[in-house]
Design a protein around this ligand. Structure first.
Ligand SMILES: [Zn+2]
Length: 354
């Protein structure tokens, strides 16, 4: 599957396909540079090219941005606007949102907006809203709400539409779903810390998301982009969740050097990524590890770049301490949430150890 995806990406690179910009970047082993798909530079040999989903991942693997096509700058604005629009849909999922209205909110022409949204989120705005409604409906059913009430709350409008939707999407009747089906809901909370806004989110299995961001709204957009099919609920509305206590423990860890809280984690990744993350969790505060040690610790000593990518793909900042992974020469390498935060976390841990 990866091979097919990479082949498609390679064709887009050789075609200098502008529509592919923002969907991935490609890196060239021989030059150490990464580019957006439409970069006008002379194309490299296929054997020297690798692909990354985002500029941050290419940076973490040790590549630098091309000066000609500015791949990091090219990707950011469009993607973050679409993530903000996804968050808008999440918070207005029960309303009737027309394409014209959404495009207007985004300040774009409808067809252009539709295309940009699909490029960033992988589904159309309508499909995205439907998934949000469905996830809320499943959640309400599981929590014992009646079918009609749950459906109306989720914005389905009429009983017949609820049953139409349920046949197609649940694969079973709503009442059967309520009896035993699995739905997914994610509870989230945000607070301001010394390192900026921090969001923590959890499923019933454990913490699935800890990230720094520029605002609570941006963080909600990031969460929505990572879990597009889950129902997202603020902790304040989910009375049973221990999330507030977990968040307090994490903030205490960050601000008062309390021990890192031992919280249940809901890890989602490939087997290799999960081995990398578990190995990172064994690295003690004040200690650091190189990407090659990390690869060895995850039982694939030659997969140094993949180990760096696994760090870049970490969704659970601090609790999975990917900030303790450095380049072999001791330089910082990359950090998904900015090198300043990485440096601040490491400095705090070093001070504590000394
Ligand atoms: Zn370039």
């Amino acid at each position: 599957m990866t091979d097919t995806l990479d082949e498609t990406r390679w064709q887009q690179v050789t075609a200098r396909d502008k529509a592919a910009d923002g969907q991935f970047v490609y890196a060239v082993k021989t030059t150490g540079v990464y580019c957006r798909p439409s970069c006008p530079s002379r194309p490299a040999k296929r054997a020297n090219v690798s692909f990354f989903a985002a500029p941050a991942e290419a940076e973490a693997a040790g590549f630098r941005a091309c000066r000609r096509c500015h791949p990091a700058a090219a990707q950011e604005p469009a993607t973050s606007l679409m993530q903000a629009m996804a968050a808008y849909i999440v918070s207005h999922a029960e309303e009737s949102l027309t394409l014209a209205h959404l495009a207007d909110q985004a300040g774009m022409a409808p067809t252009h907006f539709q295309r940009a949204f699909k490029a960033a989120l992988g589904v159309s705005p309508r499909e995205y809203q439907a998934a949000q409604r469905l996830a809320r409906f499943k959640l309400a059913l599981r929590e014992g709400e009646g079918v009609l009430e749950a459906g109306l709350d989720a914005g389905f409008g009429s009983t017949s539409r609820i049953y139409d939707m349920a046949d197609g999407s649940l694969g079973m009747t709503p009442s059967a779903y309520r009896a035993g089906g699995e739905g997914e809901h994610i509870v989230h909370a945000t607070r301001e810390t010394a390192l900026g806004f921090l969001m923590m989110a959890a499923t019933q299995r454990g913490v699935c998301f800890v990230q720094f961001g520029e605002s609570a709204e941006r963080l909600l957009a990031q969460l929505a982009a990572e879990f597009p099919k889950a129902a997202l609920l603020p902790a304040a509305l989910a009375a049973a969740a221990p999330l507030d206590a977990w968040m307090a423990a994490l903030a205490e860890h960050l601000e008062q050097a309390a021990p890192r809280p031992d919280l249940p984690l809901d890890l989602r990744g490939t087997a290799f990524q999960i081995r990398v993350w578990r190995f990172l969790m064994s690295v003690k505060p004040g200690d650091v590890v190189s990407y090659s040690e990390l690869a060895a610790g995850a039982e694939k000593p030659r997969a140094v770049r993949a180990a760096a990518s696994a760090c870049a793909a970490n969704r659970i900042a601090v609790l999975i301490p990917c900030h303790r992974a450095l380049r072999a020469d001791g330089s910082l390498g990359g950090y998904r949430w900015g090198l300043d935060r990485k440096r601040a976390l490491l400095d705090a841990e070093r001070r504590l150890k000394a």
